[in-house]
Unconditional design. Sequence first.
Length: 357
Amino acid sequence: MTEQKQLWLAAPGKIILREVPVPMPGRGELLIKVRASLTCGTDLKAYLRGHNLIPMPGPFGHEFSGTVAAAGRGVKKFREGDAVMAVHTAPCLKCPYCEKGLYNLCERIMETKVLGAFGQYVLLPEHIAAINTFKKPEGLSFEEAAFLEPLSCVVHGVGRLGLNVPAENRDARKKRKGPDETALIFGAGPIGLLHLILLRARGVRVAVCALEGSRLRLSQQLGAEAVFKPERLEGFFSRFAPPGADYVIECTGRKEVWESAPRYARRGGRIMLFGGLKKGSPVVFSSSRIHYDELALVASFHFCPEDVRQAYKLLAERRVNVSSLISGTCSLPRAESAFKKLAAGRGIKYVIKDGMQ
Ligand SMILES: [Zn+2]
Ligand SMILES: [Zn+2]
């Protein structure tokens, strides 16, 4: 096969299906036949209003799993036919940030990323094939394996919260001494819900605040012990954690939520500002709470190879179950309907699949 079908974002609001050449893998590279890809909040933002990390017109889609269609010279870890899961970036290991171990902030990580998972094939460059590609365990579906990328982002964010529970305890809550750890998550889209799943797996008690009733119900199914619509959030203090939450996690990307998040943290609490705002948006916080109550404001961008390894382990060992975040499946030609549903607030993540499979 020399041609493949690939979805392109032609302009905001306009998705087209194009025929493009299937690339040939060079030295160290892997050509992957995509078996499942997932929609992501970044794709939705790009579809609705453009995104500076997704150039238009151009291919998009960056959460995927598949099988090795061809391996370039020098590839030892994988063979044709292997089922694999990967992320779409890897650090250069040479720049000043990589030298300091800040791999997620690598100067070249974004310019060497792979887009085009909403298509039949993706080509993984040598550094991604070597660092951030893994064999898919048999028991894990291709759809679940495609969660490696978003889960890696959330593993990185949770790492920056500095939880007081060890990562490796299978039942952290029982083994840990001391009071319960508590978190309040704003937003129950894919990223808010992945935080919920991961924090529950670590034994943290979680409350969720979101607008839509269906998302709050899903949050409860995933282990949230209290859920609130924004207008009822005052109830959080009396019902859930009287002094405020140990961790407040912003996953809405809304300025007013960024600004109100510190209000819900206990003294000494940590606030994770995960949801990105429009470039350059100013935000206002109460200085006295941050100063006298020693609140820590932390942000999270992307992930390091160690986060990807941890996310892989969590999925491979079935320590997190992500399948309830899948809202439906669309073929490539019908993928735009998934984005229309997401834009209307319907569903969490959609699987996009080559209709020929
Ligand atoms: Zn993503
Ligand atoms: Zn680098």
